[in-house]
Write a protein that binds this ligand. Structure first.
Ligand code: NAP
Length: 480
C-alpha cells in the first residue's frame, strides 16, 4: 500500500480523501497518495496563518534565519531520498533531480542568511538632527502556488524568502508532483517552525484556487505556471488589490551566429531544448540560425539529438525522462502533428516511444522541425516538451528581429564570439533572463529571476529581488 501524505494546517497533519501521484516513467507505480484538500481546508489554512502572523513577524530575523538553516540541514540529510523521489514523481533524470534538491537546500541557506541582514535603508536627512531610515516589514499571509516541473526548487524559492521576511504562508503544490513540496513542509515541521506559519494544502488548483485568492487573510499571491491560470489569478487578485507575482510561459530563442564556437553551440542548443524533456520554463524552443551555417548546424543538432537516450530517469545513462503526465505527452504529440501540417516531416523524432518498458510511461522522441517560419504555430506557442523549431535568419539583425517577434520574454541565448553582438543582444533582447554561450536554461538562485512581456508580472523572484516582493518598507523620520 503506498504511503499517504497529509495536508498540514496549523501545525497538524490533516488526513482525508486522497489522489494518486503516479510515476510517469512507469505508471504501474503509485509514488504516493496525497490528501485532496477542500476550499474549507484552504480557509482554515489561511486563518491559521493569520493567527501565527504576528508571532512570526516579531521573532528576530536571525532567529528565523536559524530555523531556515535547520530546514536546509534536514533536506541535506535526506538528499539522496529526495532526488530519487523527484525522479519517480516528475520523471526528470536522477542527476537533474539531485541538482534541483541541491539548489533548494542552497536557497534555504541563502535566505537564512538574509535574516541577519534584512537590508533596509539609512540615508542622511536634509534637516538638522533628523535621523531617517526605512525598515522592512512583512506583508502578511501569502499564498504560494507552484508548478510540477521544478517540484522542490520553486516551492523553496517562494517559501524561503516569504518566511525570512516574516510572512506566514499557505502553499498549494502542483498535483502532478506534490511529494517534493511535501518534503519541504515536513522539514519545516521538524525544524520547529511554529505552528500556523507554514500551511500546506494539496489538491486540484481549479478547485482550490478561488478559495485561496479569496481567503480574507491572504495579502499576496506568488504563482508560477501557465499563462491562462496566471491571467485569471491576476484578475481575481486585482479585485482585492492583492500583491501578486506571476511567472508564466515562454517561447525562448537561442540565436546561433556564424562566428560561434560551433561544437559548444550545438551542445548548448540541444541541452536547452531537450534536457528535462523540454519541460523547463527557460528551455529553448526556437533556435534561430544564421543562414551561412544553417545547413551544417541543423545537421549537427539532429545528429546529436538522435544520440540522446530516452528512458526511465532512475537508470544510469538516460538523458531524457518521460513527459510528466498523459496530458503533457498529448500536448507534445498534438504540437508535433501541427508541425507536420505546417512545415512537413520533422528532421528527427516525431513519435511517442512504444514497446517494452516504454509502454508503461509517457515517452516521446526528441523532435526537431526545420525551416519553421515566424507565422507558424511552432514559432509562436509554448509546447513545453522536447520539440525544437529551427528558424533561418539572414544575419544578426534578422535573428534579433525574429527572436523578439513573440509575446513572451522569459529567457534567451546567443551563441557568438563577437563581443559587439553580445552587447547588442544584451541591450536589445526582450527577455528577463539572458545567457551568452551557455544554454538558455540553467539559472542560479543568487540573482533575480523572471521574465518580461507576457511571461511575467510583478517583482522578480530569487536573489535580493525576492525580498522586495515579500516585504514592504516602513519609513521613519526621527528628530533627536
Ligand atoms: P498550471 O496548470 O498553470 O499549474 C500551475 C499551478 O497552478 C498548479 O499548482 C496548479 O494546480 C495550479 N492551478 C491550476 N488551476 C488553478 C486555478 N484556477 N487557480 C489557482 N491555481 C491553479 O501550469 P503547469 O502546467 O503546472 O506548468 C506549466 C507552465 O508553467 C508552463 O507554461 C511553464 O512555462 C510555466 N512555468 C513557468 C516558470 C517561470 O518561472 N516562468 C517556471 C516553471 C513553469 P494543479 O496542479 O492541481 O492543477
Amino acid at each position: 500500500m503506498p504511503e499517504t501524505f497529509c495536508n498540514y494546517i496549523n501545525g497538524e497533519w490533516v488526513s482525508g480523501d486522497t489522489f494518486e501521484n503516479r510515476n510517469p516513467a512507469n505508471t504501474d507505480e503509485v509514488v504516493g497518495l496525497h490528501v485532496k484538500g477542500s476550499a474549507a481546508d484552504v480557509t482554515a489554512a489561511a486563518d491559521a496563518a493569520a493567527a501565527a502572523q504576528a508571532g512570526w513577524a516579531n521573532m528576530a530575523g536571525p532567529a528565523r534565519g536559524n530555523l531556515l538553516f535547520k530546514v536546509a540541514e534536514i533536506l541535506d540529510r535526506k538528499f539522496d531520498q529526495l532526488g530519487a523521489e523527484m525522479t519517480r514523481e516528475e520523471g526528470k533524470t536522477l542527476p537533474e533531480a539531485k541538482g534541483e534538491v541541491r539548489r533548494a537546500i542552497n536557497i534555504f541557506r541563502y535566505f537564512g542568511g538574509e535574516g541577519s541582514r534584512m537590508p533596509g535603508m539609512l540615508v542622511p536627512s536634509e534637516r538638522d538632527r533628523v535621523h531617517m531610515f526605512a525598515l522592512r516589514k512583512p506583508i502578511g499571509v501569502t499564498g504560494l502556488i507552484t508548478p510540477w516541473n521544478f517540484p522542490i526548487a520553486i516551492p523553496a524559492w517562494k517559501l524561503a524568502p516569504a518566511l525570512i521576511c516574516g510572512n506566514t504562508v499557505v502553499l498549494k503544490p502542483a498535483s502532478a508532483s506534490p511529494l517534493s513540496a511535501y518534503r519541504i513542509v515536513e522539514a519545516c515541521h521538524e525544524a520547529g517552525i511554529p505552528k500556523g506559519v507554514v500551511n500546506f494544502v494539496q489538491g486540484s488548483g481549479g478547485e482550490l484556487g478561488s478559495a485561496l485568492v479569496n481567503a480574507k487573510p491572504i495579502k499576496a499571491v506568488s504563482f508560477t505556471g501557465s499563462c491562462d491560470v496566471g491571467n485569471w489569478l491576476h484578475a481575481e487578485a486585482s479585485k482585492r488589490r492583492l500583491r501578486i507575482q506571476l511567472e508564466m510561459g515562454g517561447k525562448n530563442p537561442t540565436i546561433v551566429l556564424a562566428d560561434c564556437d560551433f561544437n559548444s553551440a550545438v551542445e548548448n542548443t540541444v541541452n536547452a531544448a531537450m534536457f528535462s524533456t523540454g519541460q523547463k520554463c527557460t528551455a529553448t524552443s526556437r533556435v534561430i540560425v544564421e543562414d551561412a551555417i544553417y545547413d551544417k548546424f541543423v545537421a549537427a543538432i539532429v545528429e546529436r539529438t538522435k544520440k540522446l537516450k530516452v528512458g526511465n530517469g532512475m537508470e544510469a545513462g538516460i538523458d531524457i525522462g518521460p513527459a510528466v503526465d498523459k496530458g503533457q505527452l498529448e500536448t507534445s504529440l498534438r504540437y508535433i502533428e501541427i508541425g507536420r501540417k505546417e512545415c512537413g516531416e520533422p528532421l528527427c523524432g516525431g513519435n511517442r516511444l512504444t514497446g517494452g518498458a516504454y509502454d508503461k510511461g509517457y515517452f516521446v522522441e526528441p523532435t526537431i522541425f526545420g525551416e519553421v517560419t515566424e507565422s507558424m504555430t511552432l514559432a509562436q506557442e509554448e509546447v513545453f516538451g522536447p520539440v525544437l523549431a529551427v528558424m533561418r535568419a539572414k544575419d544578426f539583425e534578422d535573428a534579433m528581429r525574429i527572436a523578439n517577434n513573440i509575446p513572451f520574454g522569459l529567457s534567451a541565448s546567443v551563441q557568438t564570439t563577437n563581443i559587439s553582438r553580445v552587447f547588442e543582444f544584451i541591450y536589445r533582447m526582450e527577455a528577463g533572463l539572458l545567457t551568452v554561450n551557455l544554454p538558455s536554461a540553467g539559472v542560479e538562485y543568487q540573482l533575480p529571476f523572471g521574465g518580461t512581456k507576457d511571461s511575467s508580472f510583478g517583482p522578480k523572484e530569487q536573489g535580493p529581488a525576492a525580498m522586495d516582493f515579500y516585504s514592504d518598507y516602513k519609513t521613519v523620520y526621527l528628530k533627536y
